[in-house]
Design a protein. Sequence first.
Length: 144
Amino acid sequence: MTRALFAFFAGGLFGAGLLISGMTDTNKVQGWLDVFGDWDPTLAFVLGGAILPMAVAWIIAERRARPALGGDFPAKPEPRLGHNLVIGSVLFGAGWGLVGLCPGPAVASITWGGLGGIVFLLAMLAGMLAAPGVRTRIDRLAAA
């Protein structure tokens, strides 16, 4: 119950941060990505606002044997650049650049995104469902 309460609080805080920062506004995000045009640098503050507390959390987590709310810490990611990371990053970046939303803001903006927002969210969910099968196929092709 405690974990669910903390998850609810953290999700609400995250969603409120997305709304207040403008991350659910596709024009704002596309302005951030338009570095050779009418660039809007204000989302750099959102990035900084995310990186600083996360850096503190990493330092605290490294000193702990187990998470405060139980369970285990996730395994450290593989530090090498593999084909899955590169392909996934390109697809994620292309979708973000074309639409101006990534998964968190897409869910947060579902209530006001209109039909386009719903279509994007459905397409994103379809991509998430298809990803394991596509990844298995790419892994097989890479191994051959």
